[in-house]
Design a binder for this molecule. Structure first.
Ligand code: CAO
Length: 577
């Protein structure tokens, strides 16, 4: 019989008493390994505590407001039968460390998220660069390698105080600020938004204050990760190797043309905004009774700033709406909706409750915002892909190791259409007054996964051939289904395609993936009789549904775009040009 085991707070550094701000499970819930159980939040970091194994929650031991430390029992979980084997033993060991061993074992069992809290406990490593200038590095952030920088909070010339946040890192499970280990003046910033950093990456060079110089001197030592967290100080060679990546990327960007940095657009993956604000801002919002999910961020990538929270409160007071009132919408959206109906369905028959997955919650919040805020119109068009299909089949036979589906041709056709109609390769700013036209062609592809919808992005699709696109599409959808996509792979899209053609349907109305201005929905190609001037001939017709933001795109332009797309797909020679 399956054992009931304790799921504990893993090693989270020197913290003692971090408030639980969210309990994500309840007794009776089934959880997968690594599924988040609770969210903890200190003034510098937010982190989720994942389940060390799959099973069913029998008891939740904490509630919102409780303060916990390493080793605290979060929940009792009846582990799955299959977890009774070696894996379960390992998990059990990890989940129930002896007191003395807890700190050492937890990191192994701990999934990255909780380890991600470590930067907060340990100041970033600082190392002498030249003169009084010292390099500030990312401290030990557990097993993470390549955590996106989502906010750079300082620039060259800025004075910083000790412990002032220099930048914010955000993974899908944790947000953390990297503080300055000493006071001084920023001489160089080595990273930019979108860079992915790991432990020891140099993030800035800071000239320590004259008097702080002495105080700063011991900082590198103090900041040196503890022996158990870091096997040995890296040799000069490995340390400098570790440095090169971010430093190189910063200098290349300053020095000449390069691929634009991958912007991490949090709205793509964190639309509910709950985690997309620094811990301090979230704490501030809570103090004022503001639900950060209601606040529109004006920081880079939509990040919520302190001022956004203040502006939200001012607006709410001015409009007479109570902060957090049902139906209140951020930044003057002004929807005054009825509250959601509350119905006791059990009165009418047997029911079962099932929480939405994290991806469903995230994409649901995005879809709701996009549907409510964008005036959508959908233009329908049929493309005659009879010839294309014959060519596709031939290509598939010649490249048996690749899956060449109609979608790769659609990507090609979309790129051609975006080149001809640049208004579709654009984003409207938050004020609705300025359009940003993009000169690159990154195409988002909606992928259906067991946990919900995700939209990985094929970068520079204009520079790739059909076979290259087929290979990349295969890889991205595999990664999506295995939950291995990183934030960078889901950001920076210009235009999205949602293909339901492999499933069926004759048409649908896809929702624009903001801040893009249009999306192409593709349904199942069908043989249809088409009049050719003399007779009805059997042709393979592909239904296209182009939804667009009517603030940016006029109906006539959309009709031209859709008809151009159809002509591209209908004439294979054009597509290959
Ligand atoms: N018409 C007819 N057949 C089509 C087709 C179309 N428009 N598009 C694909 N097919 C065929 C393929 O050729 C393939 O046939 P074979 O098995 O004989 O080779 C089959 O349908 C399955 O294709 P696929 O779905 O595996 O591959 P794809 O490249 O077409 O799509 C992906 C890849 C990842 C986009 C898709 O798997 C997927 O997840 N689609 C769902 C997207 C979605 O949910 N959108 C809704 C968003 S709004 O909620």
């Amino acid at each position: 019989m399956a054992d009931v085991k304790e799921a504990r707070v893993p090693d989270i550094g020197n913290f003692d008493g971090i408030p639980v701000i969210e309990v994500l499970v309840k007794a009776g819930d089934r959880v997968e390994k690594d599924q988040s159980l609770v969210t903890l939040e200190s003034d510098k970091a937010t982190m989720e505590v994942p389940s060390p194994f799959a099973g069913t929650i029998t008891e939740v031991k904490v509630k919102v407001g409780d303060e916990v430390a390493e080793g605290a029992v979060i929940a009792m979980i009846e582990a799955d039968g299959e977890a009774g084997g070696d894996a379960a033993k390992a998990d059990q060991k990890a989940a129930e460390p002896s007191k003395a061993e807890a700190a050492k074992q937890a990191p192994a069992a701990t999934s990255a998220p909780a380890r991600a809290a470590e930067p907060v406990k340990s100041e970033p490593a600082a190392k002498k660069s030249s003169g009084g200038a010292q390099e500030v590095r990312v401290p030990d952030i557990g097993n993470f390698d390549g955590v996106p920088v989502i906010e750079v909070l300082v620039k060259v010339g800025d004075r910083v105080e000790k412990d002032q946040a220099l930048l914010t890192l955000e993974s899908d499970k944790a947000t953390m600020e990297v503080p300055a280990p000493f006071a001084g003046t920023v001489k160089e910033v080595k990273v930019k938004v979108g860079d992915e950093v790991g432990k020891d990456a140099v993030i800035a060079v800071v000239e320590a204050d004259g008097d702080a110089g002495e105080a700063a001197a011991p900082a590198p030592k103090a900041a040196e990760p503890k022996a158990e967290a870091k096997p040995a100080a890296p040799s000069a060679a490995s340390a400098s190797q570790a440095d090169t990546k971010p430093a190189e990327s910063a200098s290349t960007s300053a020095g000449g043309p390069r691929t634009p940095p991958v912007a991490f657009d949090a709205s793509t993956i964190m639309p509910d905004h709950a985690p997309y604000a620094s811990p301090a801002v979230r704490a501030f919002a809570r103090e004022l009774g503001v639900d950060v999910g209601q606040v529109q961020g004006t920081g880079r990538g939509g990040r919520i700033q302190r001022e956004d929270v203040q502006a939200w409160v001012k607006h709410a007071l001015a409009s007479g709406a109570k902060p957090g009132a049902p139906g209140a919408v951020a930044a003057g959206g002004g929807l005054n909706l009825l509250p959601w109906p509350k119905i006791d369905f059990a009165k009418f028959g047997e029911i079962e409750e099932k929480p939405l997955s994290r991806i469903q919650k995230i994409s649901g919040a995005n879809l709701a915002r996009n549907w409510a805020m964008i005036p959508h119109v959908t233009q329908h068009e049929d493309a005659d892909i009879t010839e294309l299909e014959a060519f596709r089949k031939k290509l598939g036979e010649e490249n048996k190791d690749l899956k060449v589906t109609p979608l790769v041709f659609q990507i090609k056709a979309v790129v051609a259409a975006l080149k001809k109609f640049p208004t579709f390769n654009a984003s409207l700013d938050v004020t609705g007054e300025k359009l940003t036209l993009k000169k690159y062609f990154h195409i988002g592809i909606a992928v259906d996964t067991p946990d919900g919808l995700v939209v990985p992005v094929i970068r520079d699709a204009d520079k790739k051939g059909l076979l290259e696109l087929a290979a990349e599409l295969g890889e991205l959808s595999k990664k999506a289904r295995e939950k291995k996509l990183g934030p960078a792979e889901m950001s920076g899209g210009c235009f999205s395609i949602s293909s339901l053609g492999g499933i069926g349907g004759t048409s649908f109305t896809p929702i624009v993936n903001a801040p893009e201005v249009a999306i192409l929905g593709v349904s199942k190609a069908q043989m249809k009789p088409v009049w050719n001037g003399k007779e009805f001939a059997p042709r393979l017709m592909l239904p296209l549904s182009l939804s667009y933001d009517h603030r940016v795109v006029d109906g006539a332009l959309a009709a031209r775009f859709a008809s151009f797309l159809a002509s591209q797909l209908g004439d294979i020679r054009r597509l290959l040009l």
